[in-house]
Design a protein around this ligand. Sequence first.
Ligand code: CMP
Length: 140
Amino acid sequence: MAIQRTFSIIKPDATRRNLTGAINARLEAAGLRIVAQKRIFLTGEQAGVFYAVHKDRPFYEELCAFMSSAPIVVQVLEGEDAIAKNREVMGATNPADAAEGTIRKEFALSVGENSVHGSDGPETAAAEIAYFFSGLELVG
Ligand code: CMP
């Protein structure tokens, strides 16, 4: 499998509980390299653009309000098969379904406040990285 890049967010429920370092340790232990990272505070509108694919879902408003309720840490992760590997380390969207040892099993509070986001495919990863980072900010 080739070296890939994927996009990751440490969400407000995790930054509020000071879990950035604990989550980063999990990512790095899995062989993912953090090649870009910044802590930002989204507006509701910026969160809405990022999650536009979910705009018709019943949880969209709640999701945008949550994602703009506290700082987030946006990241680009690099490694072999990085997209799938990150999703494996994160665990299922709903922590009730997440496997033992995953970030969401250990840290997520609910399906909405689920501590981390990770891209679901190569096209999504490229678009999500481009939404938050310029090429100059990606340092492999
Ligand atoms: P994420 O991987 O960031 O992608 C979309 C997000 O929507 C998801 O994580 C959850 O935070 C959120 N989400 C998905 N399903 C629900 C739900 N049923 N209720 C509230 N939020 C949800």
